[in-house]
Design a binder for this molecule. Structure first.
Ligand SMILES: [Zn+2]
Length: 162
């Protein structure tokens, strides 16, 4: 079967599927029942056949993605807050604490970037996990931005203790 024959049979399958079903256009929501071509009559979008799954729930993965993005945002903010005095103030450069802070925020930044990269690369493994395991991972990721936000306070308290 040539690619052109394949396209022709897919178009016929699509029209047969829509002949007696009320299904909305994924772009504009127009009811596609009994359409004559493989384009939406309302918005002109090209339509094709796909396999979906009711088991694919993206909520926990999206929460994880947002949590890691927020963490990266916090880290970027801390990097700017510590980086600007290092660049501009000779007094700040004499303080060893500010370099420690800069190193800590950079480490957080690299860690968050690696986690984000891994979450995106292994998304299909994440989606295939049982729902409870997905939610557990999402909760752990969601704790990360708050952990990063309170880290300056914790580190300051620890540095006073020792
Ligand atoms: Zn449409």
């Amino acid at each position: 079967m040539s690619p052109a024959d394949n396209d022709q049979s897919e178009a016929e399958l699509l029209k047969a599927l829509l002949a007696e079903r009320d299904l909305p256009c994924p772009v504009c929501g127009y009811n596609l029942r009994a359409i004559a071509s493989t384009n939406c009559p309302e918005c002109g979008a090209t339509l094709d056949l796909r396999v979906g799954s009711t088991d694919l729930k993206l909520g926990p993965w999206v929460v994880s993605l947002l949590a890691l993005s927020l963490s990266l945002g916090c880290v970027a903010l801390y990097t700017i807050i510590t980086g600007i005095p290092i660049l501009l103030s000779p007094y700040a450069r004499d303080s060893p604490g500010i370099f420690t802070w800069f190193a800590i925020t950079l480490t957080f930044g690299v860690g968050c970037t690696l986690l984000l990269w891994r979450l995106i690369r292994t998304r299909k493994k994440f989606w295939a996990k049982p729902r409870k395991a997905q939610c557990r991972s999402a909760v752990l990721y969601a704790l990360l931005p708050s952990a990063i936000l309170v880290s300056p306070v914790v580190i300051r308290l620890l540095s006073r203790m020792f």
